[in-house]
Design a protein around this ligand. Structure first.
Ligand SMILES: Cc1cc2nc3c(=O)[nH]c(=O)nc-3n(C[C@H](O)[C@H](O)[C@H](O)COP(=O)(O)O)c2cc1C
Length: 342
């Protein structure tokens, strides 16, 4: 049987990977109290790379202290984080892997009680119920600059790319959805105005990194909250990001009511969304699936025509001595599908 395309080299913008197996962004919650990298985290990333995961998307890292999601979340908000982050990238590179830093701001979804989060508008968070104040124009500018600062530190620490978290109900998601963005200024009021925040973040991040580093976006295509952002708005936003220079888009859900919504959408709704999105923006879409969780790649609608596969659920990674080998024995996907990203 011909070797699956999953085991052939891939390319995301300027970055080449040895295969198309991706560890999807997974918050490890294993950092020190200040958000610094621990030995445990280095070991987790080194194990993934040693077991031939071609690309690791890091767990979301807060790029501003007010954007912290949880205690023990990794930070990329301060230069003091760079030495630890450098240990992480070195551990991955030792085994030929590639690693992107996921830059995030939790917005009103922050679960840190003493934090003073911000959001586009004072709307209770659909997942946590947390109410926050609307960001001022100055605070919005500060957050965009915080994403740029995160990108600068990712570059210094040796990451191969930067992955902007614009999904799953966090701050960028909140700017994207009319349910949570009730602003009437240049940041809200119309779908085009709601594009602005994520586009400004992309522009600011792009400015900080050289051409050899990938800049990708995890984009919420539709809200899991009834009456929320519809797919057509998310697809059009993805096209705008592609036109503005994103090297790839990972599709996901936008506002969530339950923590399981992101996995549910990737298993059920995202394949439909992705087909639609792929039709518009074929070269740029990464389809990460939930199918490995159930060990049934062959039956997962969404990944049949995919040429990359990702997994966040730790179970397959944990059980396997070699993720690539294990995936190989399960994968019944096409051996000749044209690569989505290259
Ligand atoms: C424990 C856990 C932590 C996660 N942390 C992140 C994260 O830090 N960043 C992110 O973009 N997505 C995160 N996700 C979402 C996953 O990347 C993925 O989109 C979703 O879980 C669906 O894929 P799966 O079925 O393979 O888990 C997380 C998912 C899980 C289960």
């Amino acid at each position: 049987m011909a070797e699956s395309v999953l085991f052939q080299p891939g390319r995301i913008g300027p970055v080449e990977t040895t295969n198309r197996i991706v560890r999807a962004g997974t918050s490890e919650t294993a950092s020190g109290d200040g958000g610094e990298i621990t030995d445990n985290l280095v070991e987790i990333y080194e194990n993934l790379a040693r077991n031939r995961v071609g690309l690791i998307l890091s767990g979301h890292m807060f790029c501003h202290p007010r954007g912290r999601y949880a205690t023990r979340q990794t930070g990329i908000h301060d230069d003091a984080m760079v030495p630890g982050l450098t240990r992480l990238t070195s551990a991955v590179h030792r085994h030929g892997g590639k690693v992107f830093a996921q830059l995030a701001h939790a917005g009103s979804q922050s679960r840190v009680p003493e934090n003073r989060p911000l959001a586009p508008s004072p709307v209770p968070n659909a997942l946590t119920g947390r109410m926050v104040e609307a960001a001022t124009a100055v605070e919005i500018a500060e957050v965009i600059e915080a994403f740029a600062g995160g990108a600068r530190r990712a570059l210094r620490a040796g990451f191969d790319g930067v992955h902007i978290h614009a999904a799953n109900g966090y701050l960028i998601s909140e700017f994207s959805s009319a349910l949570t963005n009730r602003r009437e200024d240049e940041w809200g009021g119309t779908a085009r105005a709601r594009d602005r925040f994520v586009l400004e973040v992309l522009k600011a991040v792009r400015r900080e990194v050289p051409a050899g580093m990938a800049v990708t976006v995890k984009l919420g295509l539709q809200d899991a909250v009834p009456g929320g952002m519809a797919l057509d708005e998310g697809v059009r936003r993805g096209e705008a990001l592609a036109a503005a220079g994103a090297d790839a888009i990972e599709v996901s859900c936008n506002a969530m009511r339950l923590p399981s919504d992101s996995a549910w959408q990737s298993a059920q709704a995202a394949p439909c969304a992705t087909c639609c999105f792929t039709a518009c923006c074929r070269r740029l879409t990464l389809r990460l699936t939930s199918c490995l969780r159930r060990g049934s790649c062959a039956s997962a609608r969404g990944c049949r025509s995919s040429s990359w596969v990702g997994c966040a659920c730790p179970r397959p990674w944990r059980r396997s001595s070699s993720v690539a080998r294990r995936t190989s024995s399960r994968w019944r996907g096409p051996s000749s599908a044209s690569p989505t990203w290259s």
